[in-house]
Design a binder for this molecule. Structure first.
Ligand code: IPM
Ligand code: MN
Length: 356
């Protein structure tokens, strides 16, 4: 059970510390090795995804990832920016299936910006394709505009594309995940405008023939964004491309009160995975000891479940998190009148204590 631990930048190291503390407390024989990534990778080795870090990640069974990005690296050329580390890891490790569950813990119903009756009991799973789409499509760049009223000026351009096999495999992931839940899939696209997503819709419809027991509905992404804030509980599994999934998963995160609560798993075709909180590096609060470590701790639980098949230990962590929330412990992002404000370390310690 080899785990590559990549803390990254901003609050990354603080939240990863707490997740490692929880893993250590389980009494399993994990082999943890830490390496630098993101801005920290650039500062130490001149590249956001240093060779040694990539090698370690490839050799490990799972990667536990913090977050990358910091203001000081914003002016670097694109290839050297911290974000390239996570994009490179996803591509190099073939992590095409990103699972982002949005679950509202009953204790946090009041922390959501939406009315409690709209979100209470929320349990949806967003499945985002992670290695294709406009994120990786080529060609891309800045060139001379070839035609139209702006011909001759500079223009920026990217390429949206999805191969049939890419759509098929993520559709299979979605239908299979749905079978373990409420057997409903909503495929989100923009088939009314984009060729890529008309093709997406056609292929998902075809894969669906193998899953007659699962209900499939297609929805345009603009409507999906609206439904997510109007009646989010109507969804069960939502599957979509890389770009739409990026945007919709942030929106879904806020339904649950705080993005600081949301874990994620990025999986390849086997059981290798990268596990990271859905949130970013939050440089504005880095080093202050106030970041919420629960998304990262819950990501470690997903790692135990998906990569190592340790269901009981995963349940133990998830139950411990529920217990500390029930005790009223809250980091500032989820703090409400009447709850007990704690910092990153206290929250991690409380989870460890609640494991017993
Ligand atoms: C995410 C992040 C990344 C993405 C960034 C950091 C490249 O926003 O994991 O959602 O856009 O995929
Ligand atoms: Mn994002």
């Amino acid at each position: 059970m080899k785990i590559a631990v990549l803390p990254g930048d901003g609050i990354g190291p603080e939240i990863i510390n707490e997740a490692v503390k929880v893993l250590d407390a389980l009494g399993e024989s994990f082999e943890l090795e830490t390496a630098q990534v993101g801005g920290a990778g650039y500062a130490a080795h001149g590249h956001p995804l240093p060779e040694g870090t990539l090698k370690l990640a490839k050799a490990a069974d799972a990667v536990l990832f913090g977050a990358v990005g910091d203001y000081q690296y914003d002016s670097l050329e694109r290839a050297l920016r911290p974000e390239q580390a996570i994009l490179g890891l996803r591509k190099e490790l073939g992590l095409f299936a990103n699972l982002r569950p949005a679950i509202l813990y009953p204790e946090l119903a009041g922390a959501s910006t939406l009315k409690p009756e709209v979100v209470s009991g929320l349990d949806i799973l967003i499945i985002r394709e992670l290695t294709g789409d406009i994120y990786f499509g080529k060609p891309r760049g800045v060139r001379e505009c070839p035609d139209g009223p702006f011909a001759g000026q500079r223009e920026g351009f990217d390429t949206m594309r999805y191969a049939e096999g890419e759509i098929r495999r993520i559709a299979h992931v979605a239908f299979q995940a749905a079978r373990k839940r409420d057997s409903r899939v909503t495929s989100v696209d923009k088939a009314n405008v984009l060729e890529t997503f008309q093709f997406w819709r056609d292929i998902v419809t075809d894969v669906h023939k193998e899953y007659p027991d699962v209900e499939l509905e297609h929805m345009y992404v603009d409507n999906a964004a609206m439904q997510l804030v109007r009646a989010p509980k109507k969804f069960d599994v939502l599957v979509t491309g890389n770009m739409f999934g990026d945007i919709l998963s942030d929106a879904a995160a806020m339904l649950t009160g705080s993005i600081g609560m949301l874990p994620s798993a990025s999986l390849d075709a086997n059981s290798k995975g990268l596990y990271e909180p859905s949130h970013g590096s939050a440089p504005d609060i880095a080093g202050k000891g106030v970041a919420n470590p629960l998304a990262t701790i819950l990501s470690a639980a997903m790692m135990l479940r998906f990569t190592f098949g340790k269901t009981e230990q995963a349940d133990r962590i998830e139950n411990a998190v529920k217990r500390v929330l029930a005790q009223g412990l809250r980091t500032p992002d989820i703090h409400e009148p009447g709850s007990t404000k704690v910092g990153t370390k206290e929250m991690g310690d409380a989870v460890v204590a609640a494991l017993a």
